[in-house]
Ligand binder design. Structure first.
Ligand code: IPM
Ligand code: MG
Length: 367
């Protein structure tokens, strides 16, 4: 039987405990559907720095290279906040995105109806919300050169210390994310909103021009444009007006965190980062939350949903991904809640990381 190789990079903080639940779910998938996974575990982030002197050691890159997909937990811990930038845990995820050219980041924001009241917005604003943010992940000010610290050579404050970064996008970079976004919109409600800051930035002007140019290849998709400040406002005013949003690396970072709150908790948001060959890294949208690590209170559902995305995108097993999502739906219907989505309603039961993961598995078996 075909073996599917998965590199499992748990990372720091709550990473190991949420990954444990996702791996448990995948192990039950092996039994139920007669699929063979081969899990290879490797250090990443702060723990990798501690054990190997670097947040993204070559041994970890090699393991990821030999796998067909990466399941990623989270990185970062305040213990490492004072390290030089290139040794900080966050460099591990940025390094993986760059190394594997994972330029297309899918961040779905879907609200489970059971959680409508846990959103900070009124239930009627977010009920049935189902939007997809596609964030370009390899370019923009995140990676643009030159960047650095220096003594300002000119300007009003010439001679003072300054930090500088470069926001840049090339046409092919925008074209490839545009195609991904139009094709994703074709599979959904055929509405694509491109978010930029074309009233101020040259990069955004190019971004907008390219989106318009590529749109002629997708006449069935309705393309609109929105400035990022307005998009931030519309996301809380009328989020359901969106279907697919496509945007650059920095704006996508911010808007996807914002969108997560529409869904009650960032603990519910999965993500996939894909390259042109379909190789992908799957990770929850949230961070490593070191303050709650090791307490069995973190919500593992975003990680389990990310594993489902892996089955859908990298392994062509959409029926199993659907089943996992249904098992999660059932778990929420049964009232199980981790503390981030618990609101003390009478039908709700506050449970821990392991208990909710276990229930997802039971529900998956009993579908
Ligand atoms: C994210 C995170 C990362 C980012 C950090 C950890 C570097 O916030 O995945 O959204 O800024 O992209
Ligand atoms: Mg972020």
């Amino acid at each position: 039987m075909n073996i599917l190789n998965i590199a499992v990079l748990s990372g720091d903080g709550i990473g190991p405990e949420i990954i444990e639940q996702a791996v448990n779910v995948l192990q039950s998938v092996q039994e139920k559907y007669s699929i063979n996974f081969d899990f290879k575990f490797a250090d990443i982030g702060g723990v990798a720095y501690k054990n190997h002197g670097h947040p993204l050691p070559q041994t970890t890159i090699d393991i990821a290279q030999n796998a067909q997909a990466i399941l990623f937990g989270a990185v970062g811990d305040w213990k490492y906040d004072n390290l030089e930038r290139h040794l900080r845990p966050e460099q591990a995820i940025l390094g993986l995105r760059k190394h594997f050219e994972l330029f297309a980041n899918f961040r779905p924001a879907k609200l489970y109806s059971e959680l409508a009241h846990t959103s900070t917005l009124k239930p009627e604003i977010v009920e049935n919300l189902d939007i997809l943010i596609i964030r370009e992940l390899n370019g923009d000010v995140y990676f643009g050169q030159p960047r650095g610290m220096r003594i300002a050579p000119d300007g009003l404050f010439a001679g003072s210390e300054e930090g500088f970064d470069t926001m840049r996008y090339s046409k092919p970079e925008v074209e490839r994310i545009a195609h991904i976004a139009f094709q994703a919109a074709q599979k959904r409600n055929k509405k694509l909103c491109s978010v930029d800051k074309a009233n101020v930035l040259e990069t955004s002007q190019l971004w907008r021009n390219v989106m318009i140019e590529i749109s002629s290849q997708y006449p069935d998709v309705e393309l609109s444009h929105m400035y990022v400040d307005n998009a931030a406002m519309q996301l809380v005013k009328a989020p359901k007006a969106f279907d697919v949003i496509v945007t650059g690396n920095l704006f996508g970072d911010i808007l996807s965190d914002q969108a997560s709150m529409l869904c009650g908790s960032i603990g519910m948001l999965a993500s996939a980062s894909i390259n042109k060959n379909g190789f992908g890294l799957y990770e929850p949208s949230h961070g490593s939350a070191p303050d709650i690590a090791g307490k069995n209170i973190a919500n593992p559902l975003a990680t389990i949903l990310s594993a489902a995305m892996m089955l859908r995108f990298s392994f062509g097993l959409p029926h199993i991904a659907d089943d996992i999502e249904q098992a999660i739906q059932k778990t929420l219907e049964q009232g199980l809640r981790t503390s981030d989505i618990y609101s003390k309603l009478t039908n709700e039961k506050l449970v821990g990381t392991q208990e909710i993961g276990q229930r997802v598995i039971e529900n998956l078996y009993n579908l």
